[in-house]
Design a protein. Structure first.
Length: 143
């Protein structure tokens, strides 16, 4: 919507083309090359200028999407908070929480490998390595 408004309110066509070029994925521009990228931007311009902007309101689908996102984040963070409710020693609770997060990263890595058709163990361990790096940095910073 911001791109549509910016292009429609651009002072001239050249500025509108620059706005479009800046927003199009750089990978696509590299793939097309300079001439085709220019042609692409020029072909998109009339469609953007002619687009009708309607005021957005909160729809039922938006509300359900936001609610689903809230519950997804809440439920995914809950296992890492439970050790702080169980253990009296904060340091022990933190390390148990870190372990649960690393186990979750291993699981996500395996699921990602399944989706990508790659080796599950390698991707799981790669995610754990990233997690261990982040935990190490947090420990070095006092966590």
């Amino acid at each position: 919507m911001r791109l549509l408004k910016a292009v429609q309110h651009a002072p001239n066509q050249e500025r509108a083309l620059v706005l479009i070029k800046n927003r199009v994925e750089p990978e696509l521009q590299e793939l097309l090359g300079p001439a085709k990228s220019e042609a692409f931007s020029r072909s998109v311009l009339p469609h953007i200028i002619g687009a009708q902007i309607t005021e957005t309101i909160l729809t039922k689908e938006n509300f359900y999407g936001a609610l689903a996102t809230f519950w997804l984040v809440f439920v995914s963070c809950l296992p890492t908070a439970i050790p702080f409710l169980i253990f009296n020693e904060p340091q022990v609770a933190l390390r148990v929480s870190n372990f649960l997060l690393l186990a979750g990263l291993f699981y996500v890595g395996q699921k990602w490998a399944d989706y990508a058709g790659k080796n599950r163990v390698v991707f799981g361990l790669a995610m754990v390595a990233i997690g261990l790096t982040l935990v190490g940095v947090a420990i070095l910073l006092g966590g």
